[in-house]
Structures are given as structure tokens and as C-alpha cells.
Design a protein around this ligand. Sequence first.
Ligand SMILES: *[C@@H]1O[C@H](CO)[C@@H](O)[C@H](O)[C@H]1NC(C)=O
Ligand SMILES: *[C@@H]1O[C@H](CO)[C@@H](O)[C@H](O)[C@H]1NC(C)=O
Length: 504
Amino acid sequence: MTSATRGCLVILFIISLALLSTVQGQVCTQRDEQALLAFQAQLRCNIVNDPTNNACPFDSWVAGTDCCQWDGVNCDSSSQRRVIGLQLNGSISLGNPTSFQITRVPSSRPFGTPLVQLTRLLNLELTFVDVNAKMPEARGSISTLKTLVIRGGRIYGDLPTAYGGLVNLESFVIENAAFGVPVPARGASGRAGIPRELCKLRKLVTFHLELLNLGGTIPDCIGRWSSLREFVVRNGGGNGDFSGRDPTYSIPNAAGLTGGLPAGLFGLTSLTSIDLNTNRLTGSLSTSIGRLINLESLNLGNNRLSGQLPREVGNLMKLQFLYLNGNHFSQQLSSSLGKRLKALVELDLGSNKFSGPIPEAVLNILTLEVLRLDDNGFTGKLPKGNLPGSRSVSNLRLNVSLNYISGPLDPRLLPPNTQDLYVCCQHRKLARTGIPSSISVLKSLAILDLHDNQLGGTIPTSFDQLPDLDRVDLSYNNLRGEVPPAIEELRERANLKGNPLLSR
Ligand SMILES: *[C@@H]1O[C@H](CO)[C@@H](O)[C@H](O)[C@H]1NC(C)=O
Ligand SMILES: *[C@@H]1O[C@H](CO)[C@@H](O)[C@H](O)[C@H]1NC(C)=O
């Protein structure tokens, strides 16, 4: 038999199989099956560190059987039985970095191309499939696709401009590190940023890129994403660490998006969440930010933004999380901020250049659980934070370290639900007067850090009225006299060094 006749026979065989499946109307189409098998050939299923687990999804992927029954595959209910969903989860045990089960077979062929043949695909979700390759190209792309989610896949490189063809896309999610998997060492950056072609994705609801190390600017034409609710492009601050301070969830020296926040962004009034943590964005925050009245979370931490914080931020009355830490914001905080942000749970303005007094209203947001104003140029006393009102059921963690706050410290004026109080190392030192015995009014106090403040006097015995006290740092002051039992009991959780006149 010549190879041509053999080829003909194969084609005939395929056609007859295809006809058979259409006639029966039961099994998936030949074309979809072939696409899935070609995709599977790009991957390898390894059982890692758990010999009892043999749940490799590909075990059921047997050629000639109905691919609609294969693990992770979904078909529509029409008589054609087209594949509409593919969901693969390559994780055996949650949070174990060595648990990748499905890995890519190293090859020069671009990853994912066979999937383009699944012309009815609506949902594609790959979780912990260790792709370790460039972003899958989608030439001749799947225009039906609504959801593209790749989590924990170690993807890198530029965003393909061909993704502009995914005109029905609603969710575009690529998270390189998820569930405790460390950031890829391979931080090869996509220098092209967000290509303008992606502005065609007018149905986008979620645009979420995590630890991808994109460079380039944000095009103004994203203003066409009028259904967008979530806009996330971050290189730090994953896994509950929204501040981006935890190096485990940050790309060191990330390339990062550059330039300013484009005007188009501020027209996207459906937005509930913006997270651009750890980029290199510059310029000031436009007063137009006040138009995004549905925002619940705004994270611009670890950028190079500067100028005054516009009072229009106060319009964002649904805001629960505001992270602006690690920028160059300066000047005074408007008191309208605290007066109008009545839903705020976490406010992080740490490591900026804010100056002037801390507005009383900020300390009196009753829902607040985390307030970080540390490492700035705030002056004056700590404002009164004990105004009447029903405080949040949760306690307040307050950090005003590294400022120019002057004493004396009056615990009776602080929010009564203060749980953690960090007032260390004020540049002009807190006070020489000491720690007042009224510290015991802060009934929830667990952590107290007053180190390096030239505090004098004795340590009050009233610490014994604080049942939750867990850690104190009173080091490098001028404290004298006896260490009270409540502090002694904390042992190594009480740091008292650098107080030569203290007797133990
Ligand atoms: C993936 O599998 C793990 C267990 O192995 C499970 O905990 C996790 O929820 C799964 N993720 C998805 C998206 O299904
Ligand atoms: C408090 O602020 C100081 C100074 O910026 C910082 O070093 C420290 O890690 C912060 N601690 C907490 C728990 O916020």
C-alpha cells in the first residue's frame, strides 16, 4: 500500500467515524476528540508524593470513547454534543509546592494550539497545570470563549495580540502563584504591556493577571470595557497579603506597568475592584477616581504615585479596602476621607510622604480593622479615636510607627477596641513621660510596640488587667524600676533590652 492510499483510508475511516457519531447523536464529535487528544499529548500526568492517589484526569481520556464523558470535559446538550467546557485541576494536595501533577511535555510546539479546534468552547480552566511556557497563542481564536482561567501555571511572556479575537470573553484570569505556590523564578517579562487589541474585548467582566510581570503602559482604550468589574494586574500582594510587602508573593524587581492611570479607567463605573499592586505607575491620582462609586477595593500599593490624595476618594462610599502603601503620596490627608468612607475595613497608607496631623475622622471609621499610617511624616498627637458609636465587632490593628507623633500617649483617647498598637520609633520621640497606667483601658490589647521613643518612668502594673496581652516591645527607652509580673510572664515575647535602669 502506498502512503497516499494509506492516507486516504485513514481519512475515510475518520469521515465514517464522524458520520457515525452524528447519526448516533450521542458521542462527542471526532474533531473535538482529536483536539483534546492532541492537547493531552502536550501534557504529562505525574503522580507526585502520594502513591495512593491515582486520580489522573487523563485516565479516562481514551481514544474512541465518548469524550463528553472524559474527566474535566463538558459538552452541550444539543445533538451535536460539542465540547463547551474543559476544566483540568493538576493539584493533588493544596498548598504543596511539589504537588504539580500535570506538567507540559517540553517541546518546541507552542502550548495549547490544539484547543483552537474546539470551536464551541465556552470555558477553559487550567488549575495547577504546570505550563511553564509562554502564554498560549490563540491564532484563529475561539470566538465563543467566555472564560479563560489559568491558575498556578507558571505562564510568562507578552499577552498575545491575537487574544483580541476572543470577542466573547468575560473572564480573563491568569494567576501564576496561587494557594501558596511560590512565584516562578522565571520572571521573563512581557514588555508590551496590555496590547491595544485587547480593548476589543468589550464583554470583559474580570481582567485578572497576577504575577505575570507585564511591562508597558495601560492603554486608554480599556475605557471600552464598560462591563468590567474587576481590574487586576499585580506583581505582588497575593494570598491574603494585599499590601504586597510579603516577598513570597512578589516578583523581585518586577518590570511592572509604567505610565499613569489612563483617563479611560475612570469611566468604568461598574468596577468593584482595582488591584495594580507592585507596578511602576507614576503620576498623581486623578480626582476622577471619585466617579468609580461602586469600588469596594482599591489597591495601588507599591507604585510610584505622587501628589495629594484627592478628596474625591471620599465619594467611594462602598470602599472596604484601600491600599496606597509604598508610593510617594504627600501633603495632608483630607478629613472628608474618614467622614465619608463609612464601610472601610482596611486602610493602608504606610510608607508614603504624607504630612500634617492625622485627621480625627480617620481614626473614627467604626468599621476599621486595619489602619496603617506608619513610615510617613505625620505630626501632632494621636487624634481622639474614642468617639461614641458602635465599633466593628472586630478589633483594630493600628500602626503609626515611624512618624513625628508627639506624646504623651493617652490610651483613653484611642479606639477602645485597639488590639495591636504600634507607635514605635517616632522621629522626634514620643515622650519622656512614660507609659500611663491607663493603658489598661484598652481591654483587647494584644500587641504593644513602643520601642525607641525615649520613654521614661516605670512600667505600670496595670498591664495585669489586659487578659489578651501577648507581645510587648518596650526596648530602647529610658524605663526604670521593677518589671511588673504581667510583663515578666511574657518572657521572650517581652522585649525590654536597651533600658539600662530597669531591674529584673
Ligand atoms: C483543585 O484540587 C484541589 C485538591 O486537589 C482542590 O482543593 C481545589 O479546590 C481544586 N481547585 C479547583 C479550581 O477545582
Ligand atoms: C509597623 O510599621 C513599621 C514601620 O513602618 C514596620 O516596620 C512594621 O513592620 C509594621 N508592623 C505591622 C505589624 O504593621
